[in-house]
Design a protein around this ligand. Structure first.
Ligand SMILES: Cc1ncc(COP(=O)(O)O)c(C=O)c1O
Length: 470
């Protein structure tokens, strides 16, 4: 008879039959029990462990069901042959965790991607979340519409009409979990042999090393993307941020807008991808209407996100297709489910339907304006040698100054003091030489009353001369 080298613990919270099952299973998988060897009968095992036969029976039936043992009627139970699973050493301990980007908490964070955390309308959001996460909405447990929930697409089309000068039907809108997820979808809808042009400097939802092989960089000046440069390339698709160029903050001038639309209309299959990120908060002049609103030839694919207007963690963005591309979208994505949970989509739809999104934008515009004005005031009062640009909209400004250290060295000095601030060179696809050190100073996340001291702290560690003001 085979011998089992384990004990059962009668006081343990794991039931006895389960302890027995685990013990025998482990003995089989560790080759302590040879294939074909006969297991003790139920009675023998029950006597051996001083347990009931029912307990043994339960353990044996589990082992039978999982194929560890077989039963020969009236003879007994035998160890089955099981294919051994390939065993790969778990290399977790050897893994270099230093290579995994961790989210760092900085003492001062001038990141342009962060939002104000104190002004979020938690109470209202919670109310809608509570309403939606309840029995009357139980149908939301099932898979939803591929393009995103109709209720949310209706609200987005209303918002685009009222605030961005865009006329579109909910059928043209596709909702997804972020610009990063949606841009590859858009590119798939376009012809396979598209050639992409990107703003340089610019935002890249595609990793930079891939982008530099994939895309043609086009310069940006104070009027936005230099269309003359684009015209000289073979690109047929261009990705732009016309309302608030990222990261320079330039607004695409009226002349360039017309030039760009004409460029797109001149040949078939030319498209403009308009990323309207960060266009909601404008401090100087009137809101800039979206380029899509001027498009008469169905050349503009409009892309936007709730990342800045609500919260980056919501992961809701969308694109608006020209009617001519809807069929292509359906052909390519009729198998693809929406990447945003249905419950989140309905919470957002209700929030918008009841006017809270518009209210939130107005409130945030005032809050960000105060922070924006504070930054401008500090630089013009104390650091007149620093030039400021990109300050008409968004939640960051650009500061530029002469310095004998490089942008990278200055960034490192800031990091050594636990201050996060990104240089403009971070956003260039190609090597650039420009005389002034330029940084994006994001203020969205900062507290109004701390901004002055935080800017002084940064300037002090960079040894930037501070003018004395009485
Ligand atoms: C121009 C631009 N578009 C989009 C995004 C991010 O969008 P999402 O959070 O929807 O992926 C960013 C973030 O920095 C951006 O700079």
């Amino acid at each position: 008879m085979i011998i089992l080298f384990f004990q059962l613990q009668k006081e343990h919270s794991t039931p006895l039959y389960e302890q027995l099952y685990i013990g025998i299973k482990d003995a089989i998988t560790n080759n302590q029990l040879a294939v074909g060897s006969r297991l003790p009968s139920k009675r023998e095992l029950a006597e051996f462990f001083n347990i009931s036969q029912t307990t043994v029976e339960l353990a044996y039936s589990q082992l039978l069901a999982e194929g560890y043992i077989m039963s020969k009627p009236r003879i007994g139970y035998f160890v089955e042959e099981i294919d051994s699973l390939p065993y790969r050493k778990n290399n977790v301990m050897d893994f270099n965790f230093k290579n995994v980007a961790k989210q760092t908490e900085y003492k001062i964070d001038f990141s342009s991607a962060k939002i104000d955390e104190d002004a979020f309308p938690f109470t209202t959001w919670r109310k809608y979340a509570k309403d939606v996460l309840d029995k009357p909405f139980k149908h939301l447990l099932q898979t939803g519409e591929r393009q995103g929930e109709l209720a949310l697409r209706v609200e987005i089309s209303n918002y685009l009409h009222q605030s961005r000068g865009i006329e579109c039907q909910p059928e043209q809108i596709v909702i997804g979990s972020g610009t990063e997820q949606l841009l590859p979808m858009i590119l798939k809808i376009l012809d396979d042999d598209f050639l992409l042009a990107f703003e340089n400097p610019g935002y890249s939802p595609i990793p930079r090393h891939q982008l530099s092989q994939l895309a043609i960089p086009i310069s940006v000046d104070t009027d936005g993307i230099v269309v003359e440069q684009l015209q000289k390339t073979k690109a047929n698709v261009v990705y732009i941020t016309p309302s608030h160029q990222f990261p320079t903050g330039a607004v695409l001038s009226a002349n360039r807008r017309t030039q760009l639309l004409n460029w797109a209309a001149k040949a078939p299959n030319r498209f403009i991808i308009e990323d309207d990120y960060d266009s909601e908060f404008r401090y100087i002049g009137k809101p800039i209407p979206a380029l899509r609103g001027l498009d008469q030839n169905d050349c503009v694919i409009y892309l936007s996100t709730f990342t800045k207007s609500l919260m980056p963690s919501l992961r809701v963005a969308y694109f608006v297709l020209p009617p001519t591309l809807i069929k292509r979208y359906q052909e390519h994505f009729n198998y693809y489910s929406s990447t945003v949970p249905r419950f989140e989509q309905h919470i957002l739809a209700k929030f918008m339907e009841d006017g809270h999104f518009a209210k939130h934008l107005n409130r945030m515009r005032k809050i960000y304006r105060k922070k924006h004005d504070k930054c401008i005031e500090i630089f013009s009062n104390y650091y007149p040698q620093i030039s400021i640009s990109g300050d008409a909209a968004g939640t960051n400004i650009l500061i530029a100054f002469l310095h004998d250290q490089s942008e990278l060295a200055l960034q490192q000095i800031a990091l050594q003091h636990n201050i996060n601030i990104l240089p403009l060179s971070n956003y260039y696809l190609t090597e650039q030489s420009y005389s002034k050190r330029t940084f994006l100073l994001g203020f969205g996340h900062l507290h109004l009353h701390e901004i002055e001291q935080q800017i002084h702290e940064l300037m002090a560690i960079w040894n930037i001369f501070r003018k004395l003001v009485n």
